[in-house]
Design a protein around this ligand. Structure first.
Ligand code: PGA
Length: 259
């Protein structure tokens, strides 16, 4: 089975467009080109940086895919402050993060909105990275699977197997995001295997074998190799460490080395 790992850098609300340009240039400089035979790498700057980063990536022929952190599910309308997936497609955005726990918790993004966004993103032939994950309270009460698989089902329901196979799911335990405490490789692997099992139920075995599942939550150079070496983990969604090109490049290299 050959799933190309995807390592995504979620820059969150950090780096203005000048800093973003410098960061992507430095990232290129410190990333060995041979890794791109084995892994894909996306960078997800804030909206105001997208055009600048796109221009650098395309004019310098960097092998990074451009990503966004969020979008609306409608093409256009009276939605002050929102960004249409149609606009992202015009910037050659390839990956769009959907339902990040910060969006769900701080900005009221619901499972229904996530479902609609997944459809809107795919309509423009971009790839959604659907984030799912449990809180610490849910984990301690044994509700991890119920929460995570419920979110997966809500995002993927009523879609064809062909569509589902193209989606990326990011398993991000909320208690691990930005805390420095990552899930153990065994725990992360177990949840990612359950997600794959749910995809087999919602679609079929071939689709489950094809879909990519990232782990996210305090991924850093010190834990990337073990996490990325797990059978059902196909890459990482990296926040804090992706702001530091040397650290992010090291994570990319370690992920490539597991393939
Ligand atoms: P972190 O963030 O790597 O800083 O924990 C992950 C994320 O928010 O996607």
């Amino acid at each position: 089975m050959s799933r190309t790992p995807l390592i995504s850098g979620n820059w969150k609300m950090y780096l203005n467009h000048f800093e973003a340009i410098q960061t992507v240039q430095k990232l290129h400089y410190v990333t060995p080109t041979e890794v791109f035979d084995r892994v894909e790498v996306s960078v997800h700057p804030p909206f105001t940086d997208l055009r600048s980063v796109q221009t650098v990536i395309e004019s310098e022929e960097f092998e990074f895919a451009l990503g966004a952190q969020h979008c609306h599910f409608e093409d256009a309308g009276a939605f002050t402050g929102e960004v249409s997936p149609a606009f992202l497609e015009k910037l050659n955005v390839r990956y769009v993060i959907v339902g990040h726990s910060e969006r769900r918790e701080l900005f009221g993004e619901t499972d229904d909105m996530v479902h609609r966004k997944v459809g809107a993103i795919m309509k423009y032939e971009m790839t959604p990275i659907v984030c799912v994950g449990e809180t610490l309270v849910e984990r301690e009460s044994g509700d991890t699977e119920a929460k995570v698989l419920g979110q997966v089902t809500a995002a993927l329901t009523d879609r064809s197997s062909d569509q589902i196979a193209k989606i990326v799911i990011a398993y991000e335990p909320i208690w691990a995001i930005g805390t420095g405490v990552n899930a153990t490789a065994a725990d992360a692997q177990a949840v990612c295997a359950s997600i794959r099992g749910r995809v087999a139920e919602l679609a079929d075995a071939d689709t489950a074998a094809a879909i990519r599942i990232q782990y996210g939550g305090s991924v850093k150079p010190g834990n990337a190799e073990e996490l990325m070496g797990q059978a059902d983990i196909d890459g990482a969604l990296v926040g804090g460490a992706s702001l530091h090109p040397e650290d992010f490049a090291r994570i990319v290299e370690l992920a490539a080395a597991t393939r």
